[in-house]
Design a binder for this molecule. Structure first.
Ligand code: FMN
Length: 239
């Protein structure tokens, strides 16, 4: 074999090696991406059910239905089924834009008597969004309970709004003034006033503001007015 043809076959060989390496890399990448996609799809229902359980806990936290002893996930799911859920359209301010969204409101009934109305509340904290649930008494004016379950502000500072002592201050407060305006937390009137957590004033004020927004005309205000006119019956049981 001449030196020229030996050189040709060695360059052909290295070209084939490169093609093989590329092929093997492609197959490995394909297999890995299939494994990752498969695992993601297989675990999605599990992940969603955990998200549901976390949400159940937050709603039930303000429902007055939770037993004194810790409830299992199955018990939580059973309690959740006792609640009536109504989808309500509200406007939400997102980065300055007003967006209309459908939010679930939870109604707690005992023998067709309304016990609590649970409204989702959400808005911007000092650094990041805050989410929670506000429960109103059957008069639809007095705070029964509040809980914040998703607080993006500084751990150890902003998230102190979830401390039981601060949440206890909200109980029994009047959400609206005599003119029907949502004034919860603001002003000096002790019927509405809520003191901020020391050292976390900004997050506390943000929490009060987002609750007022939720109760206002762009939030659940019109829904609460409708509920007042409805004679307070579970949906579908009216005359
Ligand atoms: C690193 C850092 C993180 C902070 N995070 C928060 C927070 O999440 N929420 C809040 O209200 N204040 C936070 N603060 C405190 C405020 O910046 C401000 O100092 C405080 O609200 C003022 O004290 P006061 O609440 O007693 O009026 C933080 C301060 C620092 C230095």
């Amino acid at each position: 074999m001449s030196a020229q043809s030996a050189g040709q076959s060695s360059s052909q060989g290295s070209g084939q090696d490169f093609g093989k390496t590329l092929g093997v890399t492609f197959v490995i990448a394909l297999v890995c991406s299939l494994v990752v996609t498969g695992t993601h799809l297989a675990l999605k229902p599990v992940q969603e059910s955990w998200t549901d359980v976390a949400r159940y806990r937050s709603v039930l936290d303000v429902s007055g239905l939770l037993p004194d002893t810790p409830a299992t996930d199955r018990e939580l799911a059973a309690l959740m089924r006792q609640l009536e859920v109504r989808d309500v359209e509200v406007s939400r301010k997102v980065n300055g834009d007003v967006k209309v969204a459908t939010e679930p409101v939870f109604l707690v009934w005992t023998d067709d008597r309304l016990q609590r109305v649970i409204l989702p509340v959400a808005g911007q904290g000092m650094w990041a969004p805050i989410r929670g649930y506000l429960a109103l008494e059957p008069d639809l004016r007095t705070v029964a309970e509040i809980s914040f379950h998703d607080i993006g502000d500084t751990p150890g500072i902003g998230d102190r709004i979830q401390e039981p002592e601060w949440r206890a201050q909200w109980r029994g407060k009047a959400a609206f003034n005599d003119a029907g305006e949502a004034v919860l937390g603001s002003g000096d009137d002790p019927r509405h006033r809520i003191d901020a957590v020391a050292g976390a004033t900004i997050t506390s004020m943000a929490a009060m503001r987002l609750v007022r927004d939720a109760l206002g005309a762009d939030g659940f205000g019109p829904f609460l007015d409708r509920l007042r006119r409805e004679n307070l019956r579970p949906e579908g049981t009216g005359p």
